[in-house]
Design a protein around this ligand. Structure first.
Ligand code: SAH
Ligand code: SF4
Ligand code: F3S
Length: 467
């Protein structure tokens, strides 16, 4: 998954969505993966029905939500420094007689629960990723001074009974959307907190997914990215009564008229089955881009990580995928300095990178996480050695990304125009491989898919002429 820090994830709502009472304002800050981006959006939707309007200025917010990430120590600790800053802003606001409630949601909320309020008493509510539908209730309590800590693994679907945003609201969000189909993880890689923070694997039913996809497309979305912590572990009963996997679901989604592009993330190598590979072969709307993390190249480390496959299995899988879809671009995640990683193990990671050739990748220093088996292992790698390895790996990955970008020059392909350009006279779009593409603003409207030819590059951005 992509690890961004989205500074303020907020969308404006039309007056019509607010209740008759003067609207309150909510500021949401999102950390971590796309699942959090999706959840932040849905929480904002839920709060809109309660009269909240999104704002991008924390200073004017009646409610601040930090939707947090626990994946590495740095990500988790950031929340506390941010809470310190928010406390000052809240004090300022209270001097003017205004209120400011503070909520922590997401994976730090789930992992640390009540401890968050102990360390930062300014926090009014702590709600884990499984119970966002209870947010309005927690807010009512917070307004009368009652704090909430809710880290249940709720049995009910957290978003299913939410009021849906109006089509015009969705349309304002652009032409690409996330759609969560699967949550949680049963893989228990020994370095990872996700199985603890997001719980067991749960797949959303086909009917809900299709209804949401159709709503998004009706509102003008041209591209949908299916999300899941292990999206290709998605399984559910299809309308034909048969057991469907993600491949089958993609075939069905590809039939929705107007849905031009499909993507999915993040996948685990063990769940890439034949039908999913066939979807890459047969569906032109399934974009030729796959994020398939391998984490490490040494079989010994893969075993210690509990990835449950060998380096050779991964390479053979990629070969099958490339046979099905020769123009597919690979993306990955890597961890350096897992406990016990020797120079030789690390060389194996560099080797697997050389063999695959990545268009894009994320790489991290191993961060021991409380409660995971990795944290208890012997032979932790010294920080300086992790730094050194990370630098070497990132240099190689940067070289590969640069080569991939360069290889697009002179190529012709379709671009989905998705926003105005940063400079006057330009519009911006995305290549099938997720690269930003700059074109002349007269080339088409936002939402159009137009054929272009790439003329030059600047860092990882492509510049194109229309055909
Ligand atoms: N479900 C996805 C990844 C989720 S976490 C998968 O299985 O691939 C996203 C990435 O964060 C992981 O792929 C891994 O590279 C990194 N990561 C997870 N735990 C980590 C840790 N303890 N230290 C460093 N990186 C970590
Ligand atoms: Fe974490 Fe492994 Fe599950 Fe991915 S598959 S979320 S890395 S435990
Ligand atoms: Fe972070 Fe939770 Fe996503 S730990 S990466 S926000 S699933």
């Amino acid at each position: 998954m992509e690890h961004l820090e989205i500074d303020s994830m907020s969308q404006a709502f039309s007056e019509g969505d607010a209740s008759a009472t003067p609207s309150r304002k909510v500021f949401v800050k999102t950390y971590g993966c796309q699942m959090n981006v999706y959840d932040s959006q849905r929480m904002t939707d839920a709060l809109a029905a309660d009269g909240y309007v999104a704002t991008e200025a924390m200073e004017e917010a009646d409610l601040v939500l930090l939707n947090t990430c626990h994946i590495r120590e740095k990500a988790a600790e950031k929340v506390y420094s941010e809470l310190g800053r928010i406390r000052e802003i809240k004090r300022e606001r209270e001097r003017t007689g205004a209120e400011m409630l503070i909520g922590v949601t997401g994976c730090v909320a789930q992992a640390e629960g009540r401890e968050i309020i102990r360390r930062a008493p300014v926090v009014d509510l702590v709600i884990g990723p499984q119970t966002y539908h209870r947010l309005p209730d927690a807010l009512r309590k917070a307004r009368v001074g009652e704090k909430t800590v809710d880290t249940d693994y709720a049995v009910e679907d957290k978003f299913e009974h939410l009021p849906q945003p109006k089509s015009a609201e969705i349309a304002r969000r652009g032409v690409t959307a996330f759609l969560s189909v699967q949550e949680g993880c049963d893989k228990f890689c020994t370095f990872c907190v996700v199985p603890y923070t997001r719980g067991a694997e749960v797949s959303r039913p086909v009917s809900q997914i299709l209804a949401e996809a159709e709503r998004l497309v009706a509102a003008g979305m041209r591209e949908i990215t299916l999300l899941g912590q292990n999206v290709n572990a998605w399984r559910a009963e299809g309308p034909d009564g048969k057991d469907w996997g993600l491949g089958r679901l993609l075939f069905r989604l590809a039939d929705i008229p107007g849905l031009a592009r499909l993507r999915y993330t993040t996948s685990h190598p063990r769940d890439m089955d034949d039908e999913l590979i066939a979807a890459h072969r047969d569906l032109c709307s399934l974009m030729p881009y796959l994020h398939l993390p391998v984490q490490a190249g040494s079989d010994r480390i893969l075993k210690a990580m509990n990835r449950r496959h060998k380096a050779a299995d991964y390479l053979a899988l990629i070969e099958r995928i490339r046979t099905a879809r020769p123009d597919i671009a690979m993306s990955g995640d890597f961890i350096v300095g897992f406990p016990g990683e020797t120079d030789e193990d690390f060389e194996a990671t560099l080797n697997i990178v050389r063999e695959v050739g990545y268009a894009q990748a994320f790489s991290f220093k191993y961060s021991p996480r409380p409660g995971t088996p990795g944290a208890e292992m012997k032979d932790h790698v010294p920080e300086t050695l992790k730094d050194e390895r990370l630098q070497r790996l990132q240099a190689l990955l940067a070289e590969q990304q640069h080569a991939f970008t360069q290889s697009r020059v002179g190529m012709r392909f379709d671009v989905l125009i998705d926003k105005p350009g940063r400079r006057a006279g330009q519009k911006a779009g995305r290549s099938p491989w997720l690269q930003p593409v700059i074109i002349d603003e007269r080339a088409g409207e936002i939402g159009d898919i137009i054929p272009v030819r790439i003329t030059r590059t600047e860092a990882s951005t492509l510049f194109a002429e229309t055909l």
